[in-house]
Design a binder for this molecule. Structure first.
Ligand code: NAD
Length: 510
């Protein structure tokens, strides 16, 4: 099933309407040297000017100055700004979702879900603004109090990826703002329009809430703009989301100046399906996680590790479901698979399928390209399932496209070793009705990932938990739980209210 596509003119009109309603102005004009593009048709939408080197310097300087007053604004007062932002996001949910679909190619329901995630994290952050708790510890000395306080950190530089063009920004920004930080955002060069809309809504929220306008600054551009931001010593924390390649560059640069970094990088997520699994549930979980978002989520399911006794039956069901996936216009309410972001993503998918075949893999479903004639510059890929004889090198890499590799296992030890046998460590899941297997998967010698699920797929996390992964995924945690601590600095305080000066560890002096 394939649906027809809207024209680029219609998409441009729709994007402009959404931007206007959000109050965003386009930084374009005669010097425009970059363009917004839509993967729906693969064509250019609007010319845009990217930020110059001096703009980075000015944005960080302005955010640093705004920090001076923002850090002393009481945290619940900072929460009032985020509450207003949440209200505006609710009001403009459809506008932002339109822009997400136009620029990232997400289907309607996922684009609306992404904006809902922004609203949810704003609610979470508003509550957090009254709960930035420090601990009081028992002091070993009489008449002393030992405690910790959490203070705002400074300017947070947010570098984000194309595939969650608004949610990742909101996870960082809503939390950073209530923590008393200010934010400079460098979104993906592939999604500048959604960024302009978010920036405009936050500027409006700041004006309404009486917050300094420079609590947030936006920079447009590619890697060179990101590099300038990352290297600026006034940026206390760099929160960077994207590929492992990017993280390998950003991490050492920030460390070299003793800055802090929070890295959210690539995943290579697996689901283990055991003989006791509910195969209906497993099939639905697998298909959503593997083919949803056209395989372009960091948590996308890329490896299916299935017991040899149920492999044929499960794969038959998955292949059956894949054959019925509607592919095409992401604005069409019946579409479940939209376009890939670019020709490069499609090339990567083709290359991975060729390498998998050379390693002895058999393509069970998909791999073709749709709508080539209707839109020669757009890339609508049929999600693929490939049965592999082993977890070969290509399976151990993240190909950011809908390719699901299936391997079989005999013993549960072997399944866990396969799950953990990749350089990335973001998300994982097990489908089982056996409590021992479920608990073992979650135990210290089970899955080594930042996210480990039971009887749901690898993607679609809620904002309430801390999000992130281990190994090459970068180790960062964002969003819920106590992830806020990364955005603050901790001070340990000892207060002596006695008339003596006892030294710790019983040391005598004077
Ligand atoms: P990408 O690495 O190409 O780009 C991400 C961002 O980094 C962009 O804004 C880009 O301009 C910037 N950038 C690139 N090189 C840089 C450098 N040297 N210095 C500073 N900035 C630099 O990633 P992408 O293609 O936009 O996104 C897909 C990747 O992101 C996948 O690997 C996916 O798994 C990952 N991702 C991870 C998470 C997570 O939370 N772990 C979430 C979303 C996406």
């Amino acid at each position: 099933m394939t649906s027809a596509l809207p024209t680029t003119d219609r998409l441009r009109e729709r994007a402009l309407e959404s931007l206007r309603r959000c109050g965003a102005a386009l930084p374009g004009g005669a010097d425009a040297d970059a363009a917004a593009r839509t993967p729906i048709t693969g064509e250019s939408l609007l010319p845009l000017a990217r930020s110059a080197a001096g703009d980075v310097d000015a944005a960080v300087g302005a955010a640093r100055r705004a920090f001076e007053s923002w850090r002393t604004t009481p945290a619940p007062g900072r929460g009032a700004l985020v509450r207003r932002l949440g209200d505006l996001l609710r009001e403009h949910k459809a506008d932002l979702a339109d822009l997400v679909t136009i620029e990232a190619g997400k289907i309607r329901s996922e684009a609306l879900g992404e904006v809902q995630e922004m609203i949810d994290v704003c609610e979470f952050a508003v509550g957090l603004s009254r709960q930035l708790y420090g601990r009081t510890m028992p002091s070993e000395r009489p008449g002393h109090r030992l405690m910790e306080t959490w203070h705002p950190l400074g300017v947070v530089g947010v570098v984000s990826a194309f595939n969650f063009p608004v949610a990742v920004w909101s996870w960082n920004t809503a939390i950073a703002l209530v923590c008393g930080d200010t934010v400079v955002w460098k979104p993906s060069e592939l999604t500048p329009l959604t960024a302009l809309a978010c920036d405009a809504l936050l500027a409006r929220a700041a004006a309404d809430a009486g917050a300094p306008p420079d609590v947030h600054r936006l920079l447009l551009g590619a890697r060179d703009v990101g590099e300038r931001l990352v290297d600026d010593p006034r940026v206390a924390l760099v929160s960077a989301t994207g590929s492992v390649r990017m993280g390998r560059e950003v991490g050492p640069r920030v460390a070299a100046r003793f800055g802090r970094s929070l890295l959210e990088l690539g995943g290579n997520n697996a689901a283990v399906v055991t003989p006791s699994a509910d195969l209906d549930l497993a099939t639905r979980g697998v298909v959503f996680s593997a083919a949803g978002t056209a395989g372009q989520r960091c948590t996308t399911l890329r490896r299916l590790i299935v017991h040899e006794d149920v492999a044929d039956e499960l794969l038959e069901r998955v292949v059956d479901a894949y054959a019925k996936l509607p592919i095409g216009d992401p604005f069409d309410g019946t579409t479940l698979v939209g376009p890939l972001i670019s020709a490069r993503a499609h090339d990567a998918m083709r290359g991975a399928l060729e390498r998998a075949a050379a390693d002895g893999g058999t393509v069970l479903a998909g791999g073709g390209r749709r709508l080539r004639e209707a839109a020669p510059d757009a890339y609508y890929a049929e999600p693929a399932v490939v049965r592999m004889p082993a977890q070969t090198e290509v399976v151990r890499e993240e190909t950011f496209a809908p390719v699901l590799y299936a391997v079989t296992y005999r013993t549960y030890e072997e399944a866990i070793a396969l799950n953990n046998g990749v350089p990335q460590g973001l998300s994982s899941s097990v489908f089982t009705r056996d409590q021992r297997e479920a608990e073992r998967f979650l135990a210290a010698d089970g899955s080594d990932c930042g996210i480990a699920n039971v009887n749901i797929g690898t993607s679609g996390a809620e904002i309430g938990g801390a999000f992130g992964g281990e190994k090459e995924t970068g180790g960062g945690r964002e969003s819920g739980s106590d992830a806020w601590r990364a955005y603050m600095r901790r001070a340990t305080n000892t207060v002596n209210h006695s008339e003596e000066l006892p030294l710790a560890q019983g040391v005598s002096f004077l």
